[in-house]
Design a protein around this ligand. Structure first.
Ligand code: ATP
Length: 580
């Protein structure tokens, strides 16, 4: 795909607000032209004085013109900034919204492969850094270039030699600036990388603080954290140090238009080929060239950043989507058919190899097998978390890829081991299963899931906020809330990733009861870690090394499958061991 100009892409991202941005640019441009008036007025006044003009009206007129110019410039400039900021913040809001709408459409793997720190850097920091290019660069840079260009045109009309002389110092200053800017894009890209690395470590450090403490890894983790911070500071220090000298020279040289205009102009005046009026006008007007150009140069770094910023945002916005269409389809049943599916999270590593299985509606199917064999992967593919590229999965006779994602997600309730609770009240966390459910419905499912009594014992009952990740609830309590949430969803298919943790006998009994209520009358898929919980399953699939290594009921498998017999023995042994 051909790479688009970053500035054009930024402009495209602000599609709905072009009108406001154009008005801001025009307002700033007219403001700059008005800002030139005082220079013209000053030139006229000096010429008047030199020519012996004693008419007070003449001076009042030009002083008034200068004042009006100043005022108009100030008013139009603030108007431009206010318009461009309003448009910019609306654009940033819409970009963030587009990213947030995009994320759920992307395969879960792509989202999960990006660290939270990196994601935050793109969605928060990089989008934020578009503020300067959009709100300031567009109106101000246009105006700052337009102003000097109009002066130059006027100077060329007056005397082309003076116009050229007023330009000499600018390219010299620019040469130094260009030396800095040559690698700016790469340097900025590097700075984004070190900042992302620092963000990821900070997020990891805070997120993993419990493990860090438990394993007494404070020093090691802190060392990594502090290394990244130092690397970040050092990167910026060296980068800025390398820019310091050329930028200072450039800033010192660029405005020195007088160095050429004064001596050469004097000689031309002496030689009689330049009138005093033109000489003075050129001196004063040339003062108005370098200032805006220097201000424009301030934006060159923002311009160079735009490429990296837009790339980061586009890496999400143009990311692969699960394209399932929007047309709801008619599902004949809740029968699930997995047909010759091979799948890998990354191109280079296949996890599932030619998996075929069928799950009839209303039955309970269990996946068993060694850790890492691919049980959760099959379940997640059935849940539509990723699309398969080889083979097919159908639900009710319809290929999953043809079922719009919202319709597919409505069909499946997924209770995973990682029962994430949002930083919301318990009530809202359960209600997430069915937005719009009444408080009574929420409380009824909480009762059925065996969590009503512990919720009522919380500080504010159902209105207790359970922190990000449900921090102050026990693992078993979190699991029961997740079950209540899934119950409220009342989807025809339930996928249960059986918890390996929190299996103290008391909790297990409550959770088993809750699960029994959740799965009543549904098509159930259980990723089983404890074989004793699935001995009644209608069918059990053994998953080993990403393949189906056998299937049948518990009794059948005990007779037919050596692997199952070994797993059963190990399970019984472990149970006995637990009991001992
Ligand atoms: N998001 C992911 N990205 C890359 N690889 C993954 C991802 N999730 C799982 N895997 C890999 O796929 C393989 C199968 O994992 P899966 O979770 O399906 O196994 P499992 O049988 O459910 O394991 P367990 O019983 O331990 O939960 C493993 O090698 C795992 O490392």
């Amino acid at each position: 795909m051909q790479k688009q100009n970053p500035m054009l892409r930024l402009w495209e991202l602000g599609n709905d607000y072009h009108g406001s941005l154009i008005r801001a640019i025009l307002s700033a441009a007219v403001g700059v032209l008005c800002g030139m008036l005082p220079y013209f007025a000053a030139a006229q006044i000096i010429i008047g004085l030199l020519g012996g003009n004693t008419d007070p009206q003449f001076y009042i007129l030009w002083c008034g013109t200068a004042l009006v110019g100043f005022l108009l410039r100030a008013i139009l400039y603030s108007l431009a900034l206010s318009m461009s900021h309003k448009a910019t913040f609306s654009i940033l809001k819409s970009i963030r919204e587009r990213i947030l709408v995009k994320l759920p459409k992307m395969p879960l793997g792509t989202v999960m492969d990006t660290s939270s720190g990196q994601m935050k850097q793109i969605i928060v920091d990089q989008v934020e850094s578009m503020e300067r290019p959009l709100a300031h660069l567009l109106p101000e840079m246009t105006a700052n270039i337009l102003g000097p260009v109009s002066i130059l045109i006027y100077l060329f009309v007056l005397d082309w030699r003076m116009a050229l002389l007023s330009l000499v110092s600018i390219p010299v200053g620019m040469v130094f600036m260009m030396a800095v800017m040559k690698n700016y894009g790469k340097q900025y890209e590097g700075s984004v990388k070190v900042t992302q690395a620092m963000n990821s470590t900070i997020v990891e450090y805070i997120g993993g603080i419990e493990v860090i403490k438990a394993f007494n890894q404070g020093k090691n983790s802190y060392a990594k954290f502090s290394e990244r911070i130092k690397a970040n500071a050092s990167y910026f220090y060296h980068w800025m140090k390398s820019c310091q000298m050329p930028i200072s020279i450039s800033r010192a040289l660029a405005p020195t238009t007088m160095i050429t205009i004064l001596p050469v102009g004097w000689l031309l005046y002496q030689g009689g080929s330049l009138t005093v009026e033109t000489f003075i006008t050129a001196i004063i007007l040339s003062l108005g060239i370098a200032g805006p150009l220097l201000a424009a140069m301030d934006f060159v770094d923002s311009l160079a950043k735009v490429g990296t910023i837009v790339e980061g945002v586009d890496s999400i916005l143009n990311g692969e989507e699960q394209d399932h269409g929007n047309q709801p389809v008619k599902l004949r049943s809740a029968d699930i058919q997995v047909d010759h599916v091979s799948f890998g999270y990354h191109e280079d590593k296949e996890i599932l190899h030619d998996v075929s299985l069928s799950i009839p509606e209303g039955t309970m199917t269990a996946f068993v097998g060694p850790s890492g064999s691919g049980k959760s992967t099959i379940a997640k593919l059935i849940g539509g978390f990723w699309d398969v590229k080889q083979g097919s999965i159908t639900l009710g006779g319809c290929d999953l890829k043809e079922i719009p994602l919202p319709q597919l997600y409505d069909q499946v309730a997924f209770v995973s081991q990682d029962n994430y609770l949002f930083d919301e009240t318990v009530r809202e966390n359960i209600r997430m299963g069915k937005p719009g459910a009444t408080d009574r419905e929420v409380e009824a499912v909480a009762k059925a899931a065996g969590c009503d009594s512990f919720i009522r014992n919380l500080e504010n009952g159902y209105d207790t906020v359970v922190g990000g990740g449900g921090a102050h609830l026990s693992g078993g309590e979190r699991q029961r809330i997740a079950i209540a949430r899934a119950m409220l969803k009342d989807a025809p298919i339930v996928i249960l990733d059986e918890a390996t943790a929190y299996i103290d006998p008391e909790n297990e009994a409550v959770i088993q009861q809750a699960v029994a209520r959740l799965v009543e009358g549904k098509t159930v898929i259980v990723i089983a870690h404890r074989l004793s919980t699935i001995t009644d399953a209608d069918q059990i699939y053994i998953v080993a090394d990403g393949r189906i290594a056998g299937s049948g009921t518990h009794k059948e498998l005990l007779k037919q499958s050596k692997l199952y017999q070994e797993m059963w023995k190990a399970h019984i042994g472990a149970k006995d061991g637990d009991a001992a």
